[in-house]
Design a protein around this ligand. Structure first.
Ligand code: GLA
Length: 654
């Protein structure tokens, strides 16, 4: 396979303001708000999280790509569908059956209508004016109780047209006929896929915006129309983030129009590029956070890391997507069940979509057993949609804790990233449970139970992940820390000034270019984004020497929304400029709003100030907003702001 380019490659005391006084309080307008247009930090009082589409929980199903690449065909896809149904996996939630790249023949020039390659999808040869149709195929899937998914590209050409040039299933014909992507055809194609053909899910790749570079060998040899790249995989500064986003927004609008019943899933496949890890949640139901997974442990680590520290960016309807599962292949095949279980457990814990992608017709029963772990599926599909938070972090091992429902139950995973055995001491406090009361753990693979108080040591085999359901006495008996309920938060504005590359992601040897480069570099923007139980740069939350196990770490000039669904009565936090802040001069103020009205504010605080208490009466407020603003202009670097121990109290936890 030729490679034209690496593929992926000081107020000391609380200030609580009565509503009238609050309304009269003048909020200074500083950097973020001095931009023309509406103030992005102004509390809207309206949930701005993504609400379109049918992905209240992470999508589950099967995708053809890792199994067959472009050598996909109808028998293979329907064969997978049959196994999903017959094995009971469909009944457990694996409902989407998605055709990836390889299905198309050409774009008909008389009317721009896409034609299907009927040699591999025979039921599409319906004849008549339409030429071809996927309706018989989607009818068949729907009759089996399944949903149907399709693949396209946001540009003119698809990834296979750059990277699978030996494929027998590339689009054929003239340059224009081979332009099978959405560019210039958004409404037409979306209406065709969703209204006429009856698909329910669309994965939209982005090679068309990245790889068909003017003057490139690819464009010259293959006779493609060139497009000056909007995505430069090696430089975020040479990527037109706004243009990429608005193209996906146009598709989102077309989808909403084509499916007014809201029964669709929009999957953005821009491989963590173009700062999609920050804005994907506003546009799609899932967005890839990294390059393509390959069936190796190190690739799995890379893809996992690209999503695992982003719990505040996901929630019901919008999910981080570290890519389809590679269970069934390479280091995740039936001879590597420890690794396959780890891969599955990790994806379940971080609310990743669970899309199986091996040839199910010929797979071993042991793997069906992994995919069919009902307890883990329930963890992944928990309706509250709280992605796990990393509560112990190292390159060797991690502890991930996922709140189930309102917080009374948790799932906890102990993950040995390394190739050697590792000792992990699980503490009750990792789970935000009291250490003076018993903690009950139920192993979600073996069903065995164990009880401990305070802490419990475990030894993990190489690459092993243990996962338990956990109950105990909550540290916060009558409330919940915001970092326990990331699915109820929406990072409306994260305070980053420009996209920065995230250095915290495992740097694998690139499977496509190997070591033919100076080294594996950080690739994905998103560094400095809001974090649960850590600062935006991955440090312990700490203000004036006081460290916090719990809290939300943000940059100044940020706005975070919280859905107060459980009608909590009060928000309390200990706030200040984080001791890790690189900017020593800036003062910031913290504000709490309820349904758009100011409820509480801190005085200006600066680096070194003691942490200050803030408390707000939330009674009657459904949308709470946490705003931090620079209180004086001119901080050269963003100030790191810490909402220490920020929690909802009273009522709630029904
Ligand atoms: C890209 C995507 C993959 C797959 C292929 C198809 O690489 O990231 O998931 O869809 O294109 O060519």
């Amino acid at each position: 396979m030729p490679h034209y380019r690496s593929r992926h490659r000081p107020l000391r005391h609380a200030v609580v303001l009565p509503a009238v006084l609050a309304a009269a309080l003048a909020i200074p307008s500083l950097p973020a708000s001095s931009l023309p247009g509406p103030d992005p930090l102004a509390a809207s009082g309206r949930w701005e999280g993504h609400a379109s589409g049918a992905a209240r929980t992470p999508p589950m199903g099967w995708n053809s790509w890792n199994a067959f690449r472009t050598e996909v065909d109808e028998a293979k896809v329907l064969g997978a569908a049959e196994v999903l149904v017959d094995s009971g996996l469909a009944g457990l939630g694996y409902r989407y059956v998605n055709i990836d790249d390889g299905w198309w023949l050409k774009r008909r020039q008389s009317d721009g209508r896409l034609q299907i390659r009927t040699s591999i999808f025979p039921s599409a040869a319906t004849g008549g004016a339409a030429g071809t149709s996927f309706k018989p195929f989607t009818d068949q899937l729907h009759a089996m109780g399944l949903k149907a998914g399709l693949y396209t590209d946001i540009g003119r050409n698809a990834c296979s047209q750059a990277y699978d040039l030996q494929s027998p299933n590339l689009p054929q014909g003239t340059t224009a006929e081979r332009e099978v992507g959405l560019d210039g055809h958004v409404e037409q194609d979306v209406a065709l896929y969703f209204r006429e053909w009856g698909f329910d899910y669309l994965k939209i790749d982005a090679c068309g915006l990245a790889d068909f570079v003017p003057g490139s060998i690819l464009v010259q040899e293959q006779g493609y129309r060139a497009l000056a790249p909007l995505i430069d995989r090696s430089a975020i500064t040479r990527t037109d983030i706004g243009a990429v986003r608005s193209r996906y927004e146009a598709v989102a609008a077309a989808l909403a129009a084509a499916r007014p019943d809201n029964d669709y899933v929009l999957s953005i496949c821009a491989w963590g590029m173009a700062n999609v890890r920050a804005w994907g949640k506003q546009v799609g139901n899932l967005w890839r956070t990294s390059s393509d997974i390959v069936p190796s442990w190190t690739s799995m680590l890379h893809n996992f890391d690209s999503a695992a520290k982003r719990p505040l960016y996901a929630g019901p309807g919008h999910w981080n997507d570290p890519d389809i599962l590679h269970i069934g292949h390479g280091e995740f095949d039936a001879d590597h069940l420890v690794q396959a279980r780890s891969h599955f457990t990790l994806w379940a814990m971080i609310n990743a979509p669970l899309l199986v992608s091996y040839d199910l017709r010929n797979g071993p029963a042991s793997l069906l057993g992994v995919l069919g772990n009902q307890a883990l599926i329930r963890v992944n599909q928990d309706p509250a949609g709280h992605q796990a938070v990393v509560t112990y972090d190292s390159d060797d091992a991690q502890i991930l804790v996922k709140t189930l429902g309102d917080g009374r139950r948790k799932a906890v995973a102990l993950f040995n990233r390394s190739a050697a055995p590792v000792s992990i001491v699980l503490q009750a406090r990792h789970l935000k449970l009291a250490d003076d009361a018993p903690v009950l753990l139920q192993d979600l693979w073996s069903n065995r139970t164990l009880t401990f108080s305070g802490e419990q040591p475990f030894t993990l085999a190489p690459h092993e992940t243990l996962v338990f359901a956990a109950t105990g006495k909550r540290i916060l008996e009558h409330g919940v820390y915001l970092s326990e309920i990331p699915g109820a938060l929406n990072v409306a504005v994260d305070g980053t000034r420009q996209p920065e590359l995230d250095p915290s992601i495992h740097r694998m040897i690139d499977p496509w270019s190997g070591s033919r480069s100076p080294g594996a570099r950080a690739q994905y923007a998103g560094w400095g984004g809001a974090q649960a139980d850590a600062t935006p740069y991955g440090q312990t939350l700490q203000v004036g020497g006081q460290a916090f196990d719990a809290g939300i770490g943000v940059l100044a000039n940020s706005r975070i929304q919280v859905r107060n669904d459980a009608a909590h009565a009060r928000l309390a936090a200990t706030v200040g400029v984080d001791d890790s802040s690189a900017s020593g001069s800036g003062a910031v103020r913290f504000y709490v709003y309820g349904d758009g009205k100011l409820l509480a504010a801190s005085a200006p605080v600066r680096l070194g100030s003691k942490a200050t208490q803030i408390s707000a009466d939330l009674r009657g407020s459904r949308i709470v907003e946490l705003v931090v603003r620079d209180a004086q202009a001119g901080a050269t670097q963003p100030v790191v702001a810490t909402w220490g121990d920020v929690r909802l109290l009273g009522a709630g936890l029904r």
